[in-house]
Structure formats: structure tokens, C-alpha cells
Ligand binder design. Structure first.
Ligand code: PLP
Length: 468
């Protein structure tokens, strides 16, 4: 492709994206295709000769677009959001254009230094303890894996290991913890049987006394408690584990404290939501995802550590071919995580924060929280619906309940949610809370307004009648 053709399609694609953003509400939120539909329409082998971009772009519109689920739809209420924004898209375009691989400082000093600065901005925006240092990871799953690997490194007694006196290391998280914790525990070699799920209270938050009991029991058994993962904003119901109480226990028994705030971390940019960070001084590591609720394209996960030295000792490598003359003066982020090669992810964060300002981001987040409270009110005031969890942030967990037995309620709600999503006008997903099937209304798309939440509620009421 020559420069003029690139320019022409570049303009055309930006025009297409701009139109897409303004028309996305007209698409069905969830893709309506059936399994295999897309594969069937793509040749099973690659073309031998190059094809014109016109034709490739036509196929994008004709074949690919129908198979897209529209995460940027204003009536996106499923899972958690993964919102983007015009400044983030523009930065991604520049990142792709530059095409730099930013594994060490020398391979793009601006990428390394901007990452350092922007993460310090984020630390201040969230009110995280001074001295915590940040690095961008691809996802919260990876950040949590880094925390588990670092905790393992710290807790492993090398001498005992050599003598074959190795004690199993134990990890603790609440029974509401995200599945990435189990995955991390498996990958890091603790073994699934070394993960303890601590019971939660009526608000689905970890019960600190039960955590302490589990640690004491494991110590008595000769095991070695190593790491606690507290969640701020659980995936099912956005429950907030009591950080201060958990932190005190970690400090008493010498355990690593990792905090998973993948979704809820963004809310800490609101001073009135900082109470959940009480006890932050006990954290060894903390992760939140600007790619969820902060207008920054997937992927971009912010990982903060109290002591970068321990993190670097876990991951550093010094092959001759990667040595440079400035290694002593700079941060080489290849040593701050699992991968060697790194995308230039700081650029989109920088664009987003500068373009909206802290005030603009606060306005969006507080509006989503306000809309969720309005929605909660509607659920509570309606005789056919039941609220299933406290609404801490912007997720409302609810179900239809007409008094029939629990099992029948599950299938009623499953049928109701299916009917609702089939309309293509909204997309909500489900979870279970203390064994009950719950519908989740997660508000957080950047373009969601009151009329979208109101429209969803009207549709919910209508579809509920049909489900009975
Ligand atoms: C979304 C989520 C994750 C996983 O995030 P990824 O960035 O997709 O790995 C982990 N923990 C919690 C609490 C989450 O909500």
C-alpha cells in the first residue's frame, strides 16, 4: 500500500469510526449471529495474491460487523464496561503508527518516562499512599499473577527448599474473589488446593475474623500462609472487603497483601469514595483497570507496588543483548512484569487524562453512580423485583421474585434475562449471590445517560411480565 492510498483509507476509516460512534445505539447490543456463522463466510485458506483495501473494508462491514457485540453501545449493562473514548482511539492510532516495541528505556525513552509520570498522576488521582510506584500491565489477571509470583518469591525459604523442608505456601481470598485469582494461583505453582476461600458477610465482603482463623489454623498445620488478596469491588456485586482490618491481620502474620480493585479503583478518583482505601498503608500491591471504567481502550491495567525492588528481583533478567549504558539511571519495565516486549500503553492514558481532566472523569463516574442509585430505587419500589446486594458503586444486582420456590425463581430469572437480551436493545448479564441467580445491571459505558437507564427499566418491566 502506498502513502497516498494509506492516507485515503486513513481518512475514510476515521470517518467510519466517527459515524459508528454516533450510530452505535442503532445496532443490536449483543451480536445476533450463531456459532459458526462468521467462519462460514471467510475462505478457509489465505489469498495468494494481495487484495485491494476496498474489498477488505467491504468484507469488514459485511462479514465482521454483524459478529461484533457492541461494548460502546450506550445500553451496554453487561459484565463491566470496557469503555473507549475519542482521545483514547486517537492515541491508539498514533501508537500503531509509531509501532515502537517498548521493552526497555532505550527502545523508546518517551514510552518509559511517560509511563512513570502518568502512573504517578494516577496514584495521586486515586489517593494511593505516597511512595507506591506504578507500572502498566496488560490486564488485572496479569497484575495479580505478578503479585502472586512476587509474594511467592518473598515467602520462599531458599535454605529450607534446598534441604527439602519446603512448606506449602497458602493464599487467601474471599469466596467472592475473581476467577483470575485461582488462575494465578495455578500458574504461579501454589496449587489450587493452597487457595483458601474466606466466607463473606451479608454484604458479600470478606469477614476478617474468619481470615485470621484460617491463617492460624494453617500455621498450626505447619503450612506457610503467604498472601492475601482483598477485593475492592467484587465482580458479582461490587462488594468492598474491609481493607484496614485485613491489612492489620496481614501485618500481624507477615503476609503479602494484594488488592484487586480492577473495576472499583476508578471510583477512588472521587474523594467521597476513598473510604474503601482506608488501610491502604498495609498494601504491598494494588491493581485497577483504566480499561474498564476510565475511557481508555482495552488493554491498560495499572499495577502499583510498595517496594519495586521485590518486584524487580522476581522478574529481572540481564542477557548481554539487552544491556545498555544507562541501565543504572532508568527504569527498564521489562523487569516489572512477565512479558519482555511491551506496547506503548501510557500514551492513551496521557491523552485521556489530559483531554477530560480529573474533573471530567469524576463527572462521568459520579453520574454512573447516581444513575445506579436511581435504578436501585426503581427496583426497590416495584413489587415484582428484589434487590440482592447493596449498591456500592454502579452495579445493581436484582431478580424477579413472586414468592415461588428458590429453584423455580432461578429458571424464571434465566428466562427473563434471555428474553430481555433477545430484544437487542440492552445487554445485561447474570451471576449467583449466595446461591441465588441474580441479574446484574452494570452502568459504566461512557455515553450512557439517564434516558438509556430509564429505557432499560421500561423494557425490564415489560419483559418481566412476559417471563411470568
Ligand atoms: C474484571 C476483573 C478482573 C479481571 O480483569 P482483566 O483485566 O480482564 O484481567 C479481575 N478482578 C476483578 C475484581 C474484576 O472485576
Amino acid at each position: 500500500m502506498d502513502k497516498e492510498e494509506f492516507r485515503r483509507f486513513g481518512y475514510e476509516f476515521v470517518d467510519w469510526i466517527a459515524d459508528y460512534m454516533s450510530e452505535v445505539a442503532e445496532y443490536p447490543v449483543m451480536s445476533q449471529v450463531k456459532p459458526g456463522d462468521i467462519k462460514e463466510r471467510i475462505p478457509s485458506g489465505p489469498p495468494l495474491k494481495g487484495e485491494p483495501m476496498e474489498k477488505i473494508f467491504e468484507d469488514f462491514k459485511k462479514i465482521i460487523l454483524p459478529g461484533i457485540t457492541h461494548w460502546q453501545h450506550p445500553s451496554w449493562f453487561a459484565y463491566f464496561p470496557a469503555n473507549n473514548s475519542p482521545p483514547s482511539i486517537l492515541a491508539e492510532l498514533l501508537t500503531a503508527g509509531i509501532g515502537a516495541q517498548c521493552m526497555i528505556w532505550q527502545t523508546s525513552p518517551a514510552a518509559a518516562e511517560l509511563e512513570e509520570v502518568v502512573l504517578e498522576w494516577l496514584r495521586k488521582m486515586l489517593g494511593l499512599p505516597e511512595g507506591m510506584t506504578g507500572v502498566i500491565q496488560d490486564t488485572a489477571s496479569t497484575a495479580t499473577l505478578c503479585a502472586l509470583l512476587t509474594a511467592r518469591e518473598k515467602a520462599t525459604d531458599f535454605e529450607a527448599n534446598l534441604k527439602g523442608l519446603k512448606k506449602p505456601l497458602i493464599v487467601y481470598a474471599s469466596e467472592e474473589t475473581h476467577s483470575s485469582i485461582e488462575k494465578g494461583v495455578k500458574i504461579a505453582g501454589y496449587g489450587k488446593e493452597s487457595l483458601r476461600y474466606i466466607p463473606t458477610d451479608n454484604a458479600f465482603a470478606m469477614i476478617p475474623s474468619r481470615l485470621e482463623e484460617a491463617i492460624v489454623q494453617d500455621r498450626e498445620k505447619g503450612l506457610s500462609p503467604a498472601c492475601v488478596i482483598a477485593t475492592l469491588g467484587t465482580t458479582s456485586s461490587t462488594a468492598i472487603d474491609p481493607l484496614d482490618a485485613i491489612g492489620k491481620i496481614c501485618s500481624k502474620y507477615g503476609l503479602w497483601l494484594h488488592v484487586d480493585a480492577a473495576y472499583a479503583g476508578t471510583a477512588a478518583i472521587l474523594p467521597e469514595k476513598r473510604a474503601m482505601l482506608e488501610g491502604a498503608e498495609y498494601m504491598d500491591s494494588f491493581v485497577f483497570n483504566p480499561h474498564k471504567w476510565m475511557l481508555t481502550n482495552f488493554d491498560c491495567s495499572a499495577y502499583f507496588v510498595r517496594d519495586p525492588g521485590t518486584l524487580i528481583r522476581t522478574f529481572e533478567i540481564h542477557p548481554e543483548y539487552l544491556k545498555t549504558g544507562v541501565d543504572a539511571q532508568v527504569k527498564n519495565f521489562r523487569d516489572w512484569g512477565i512479558q519482555l516486549g511491551r506496547r506503548f500503553r501510557a500514551l492513551k492514558l496521557w491523552f485521556v487524562i489530559r483531554s477530560y481532566g480529573v474533573e471530567g472523569l469524576r463527572k462521568m463516574v459520579s453520574e454512573h453512580i447516581r444513575l445506579a442509585q436511581t435504578f436501585r430505587g426503581w427496583v426497590e419500589d416495584h413489587e415484582s423485583f428484589e434487590l440482592l446486594a447493596p449498591v456500592n458503586l454502579s452495579v445493581v444486582c436484582f431478580r424477579l421474585n413472586d414468592g415461588r420456590p428458590e429453584e423455580a425463581l432461578d429458571s424464571l430469572n434465566r428466562r427473563f434475562l434471555e428474553g430481555l437480551n433477545k430484544t437487542g436493545k440492552v445487554f445485561l448479564t447474570q451471576t449467583t449471590l449466595k446461591g441465588k441467580y441474580a441479574v446484574r445491571m452494570a452502568i459504566g459505558q461512557g455515553t450512557t445517560e439517564k434516558r438509556h437507564v430509564g429505557g432499560a427499566w421500561d423494557l425490564i418491566v415489560e419483559k418481566a411480565k412476559e417471563a411470568f
